[in-house]
Design a protein around this ligand. Sequence first.
Ligand SMILES: NC(=O)c1ccc[n+]([C@@H]2O[C@H](COP(=O)([O-])OP(=O)(O)OC[C@H]3O[C@@H](n4cnc5c(N)ncnc54)[C@H](O)[C@@H]3O)[C@@H](O)[C@H]2O)c1
Length: 254
Amino acid sequence: MIKVVVCGASGRMGQTIGRMVKESSDLELVGGINLKPSKFFNVDIVESKNSESLLVSTKPDVLIDFTIAHAAVENVKVAARNKVALVVGTTGFTNEQRAEMEKAIKGNVPAVISSNFSVGVNIFWQLVRDAGKLLKEYDIEVIEAHHRNKKDAPSGTAKTILQILEEEVGPRKKIYGREGVMERQNEIGVHVIRGGDIVGDHTVMFSKNFETIELSHRAYDRSVFATGALHAARWVVGKKPGIYGMSDVLSLKK
Ligand SMILES: NC(=O)c1ccc[n+]([C@@H]2O[C@H](COP(=O)([O-])OP(=O)(O)OC[C@H]3O[C@@H](n4cnc5c(N)ncnc54)[C@H](O)[C@@H]3O)[C@@H](O)[C@H]2O)c1
């Protein structure tokens, strides 16, 4: 059995992951971490200040983090110190936070970090890459929509889309929404929608005169992210220390 601790255990993703770990036959839920102590699926959730003692007492194989950027950085440090493998799904990191996590991980533990654990989105990213290679002359717009409680914008998935496009079509200025009088330049427009309970929609639009190509992914249920995160958790245990992506877990071409 692979022993799992979930960080952000009381959150939307933490609850979904906890339930799915509990339902699996090869994973064992040994604890949760959140801001306040509580219980989920018959195990203790401890306050984040007690996370180290939870890791020492339960000796998990892997810690799965779906919290908020500043918290995830601290959780990664604690897990790395205790040689616990990592799956990090939290988004919204600054470059400095990302560097801090990488420093803690390298040489210490294996970690899968991805802004989106859905298999479909990882394939969608590949399609965006292929389209970008062929459509360098097109106007490009990126549109994402999420539920009203999402804190970071644009989404981590949209940022990954922008990074892929930069690699394939070259650097372009990003325009975050438009208002007033402005001429379209060689830019990428980025548009963020927040409302209701939208789980996660992403569209990349490639347009030129008389035609538009749209690539879209729509998630209907958080279980698609949780399924991917559990797949990553099974994969990461026993790997060499270092940072991996879902493309490694799924053996997708880069
Ligand atoms: N990579 C993916 O596939 C994927 C998918 C969905 C969501 N996300 C990301 O995962 C994160 C969580 O999303 P969510 O919808 O579950 O949010 P949420 O707000 O429902 O849950 C986050 C939980 O983390 C807890 N938390 C905050 N600070 C903490 C700390 N210091 N220690 C422990 N717990 C702490 C909060 O109390 C909350 O319970 C976000 O960054 C989101 O963008 C990633």
